[in-house]
Design a protein around this ligand. Sequence first.
Ligand SMILES: *Cc1c(COP(=O)(O)O)cnc(C)c1O
Length: 660
Amino acid sequence: MTEKEPDSVAGDWSTEDAAEHYRVASWSDGFFHVNESGHMAVRPLEDQSLSIDIMDVVADLRQRGVKFPALLRFQDVLRARVRRLNHAFADAIKEAGYQSEYRSVYPIKVNQMHEVVEEVLDAGKPFGLGLECGSKTELIATLAHLVDDSTLLICNGVKDRSMLSLVLSSQLLGKNVIPVMEKYAEFEELISLADAADTATQFGIRVRLRTAGAGKWADSGGYQSKFGISLPELLQIVDTLKANQAEHRLTLLHFHLGSQISQIKQLKQAAKELAQIYAELINAGLPVRYIDVGGGLGVNYTGAFEEGGIQYSLQEYANAVVSAIKDVCDSRKVPHPVLISESGRAMTAHHSVLIVETLGAFRKDNAENELTVPTDAHRIVHNLNELLSWLRDPQAQDSGVAELIEAYHGVVEIHQEAATMFAMGFLPLQQNALIERMYWSSCSALLAKLRAADPDPVPRELLELQDLLVDQYLMDFSVFQSVLDHWAIQQPFPIVPLHRLDERPTRRALLVDLTCDSDGKITQYVSAKEDKKFLELHPLKPREPYCLGIFLMGAYQDIMGDAHNLFGRVSEAHVYGDASEEGNFWIEKLIPGTKVQDMLAQVQYFPNDLQRRMQDQIKEKIATGVIRPKRGMEILDQYTACFNDETYLINHRTAGLEEG
Ligand SMILES: *Cc1c(COP(=O)(O)O)cnc(C)c1O
């Protein structure tokens, strides 16, 4: 299938068309929409009447001198997602007549940002939400944030002696911390520490189930997983506990199938497998209280229902967990355990949007209509010119598809021949450049004609031309810092212009970033079909900013981003909705992006030393008369002033807007 050709005339395009084109309804979970001004807007509160125009937030930030790219956090969206998750489980429990309760715990590895964790904890207070940590540093961060003594802290990951003993100490303080045993040796260590400290510890076990997940993270569960305790080891632990009359110490059973669980039936299968183990342990006299089904509740980034995608709702997920465990417990006649899930992505993905500015657009079809080919030009230049003239001749309308494809093959052949001849020195640079321009123009004429012919089946050549002829839009950001999963696992994220959505987007674009890395680009776009390699955008207007929003950025992206080319963290703004404020919003907090000197310090360059080295060089130039002393010192000042810049570009398309 080819996408419908965006028409070059503006009219006949509405904001509804834009919403449909960018599939907003299918990925936004009701939080984002296109407003009457043709801007992207957010409805952050459950009360759908309040809408914030994202371009108003952008304008406000510009006025405050905030540099882009900038990450907006809509804290109300975060709160709403926490509530939706908990309500879904409450409804499932009520519906099924489940005799116990549900506790969500937030795995902070998804987004450890202090404000995010605090907001999640606050929104989750009415539901008794807890936290999950997976490393020593995360343990230190979370321990200080437990709301009260009943707040759960699930401590996953491989733990050393110092972590285990800190967990034991926090249990002594009366905190509800549950270390989950990943390895048998960890259990032995915990018990010996607990006995030495005379603590009646509680702990959980991550069980290595037979059921593996499906999708990209399938190896987080199942036999091949690097995590978890096997059934024979589990039985050994049970025997040890019984031999020491310490059955009460085992309070939780856990599995984690991996992120983005793609199939509900796998989840149900795993939940049932674990529930059977639970029932056996209960019957063997171990008073296990909690079943923890881990994370993996999926987020449908593309809104598509493709193979391996997320095809279930939040409610369906909750129903599946509750009913699978209830069924097993009822048939084994054991009490219903407290259910825990560690859903991270599903809580945080929706709340943040990365705002990126366009620095320039590069088109390929650039040969003017009235080309003059010098008479003494090489034969192949004339040949290509003839083909191009034929393609552009309105008299030669209605060429058949076969004829067009033949012409395309001819164009490709000449283009290749020109490259060979140029390399051998038979084609002057001027003529080679002319070939290049005529090549692109021929390709775009061919694409237009082939599309108009609407052939069925679609020839390979048409698809090839479509991919070939995209523009490049240079964006002021780094894929490696801000959209890491796109690079690492080709995750498509929804990307939408934040304005001009009442205008038909007539260009097809590939987004490229600032890094000097050919992987620094976005090659997968959200689409109804699986594989979309371009995004429809608007032609740039002179001196007018063109802003794109990259949506669903709240899970994993900021923290996993890296410092490729020493691009640092982007600016951040935390936005709340409020009907009594102008524009329906207020900004609680601004966090500036990383400065050049901070990025340099990470790799052991320090301002004093750099400045001294630069100064020595300039002094030498002054001494040898290369430069006048005053000018030399100005250059030194210019150099040192950059230490305080942010790492991204100052966009001259928009620079000065903050004053205007
Ligand atoms: C990563 C992880 C999670 C969070 O998974 P999501 O897919 O973000 O819900 C939960 N539990 C464990 C053990 C994890 O490793």
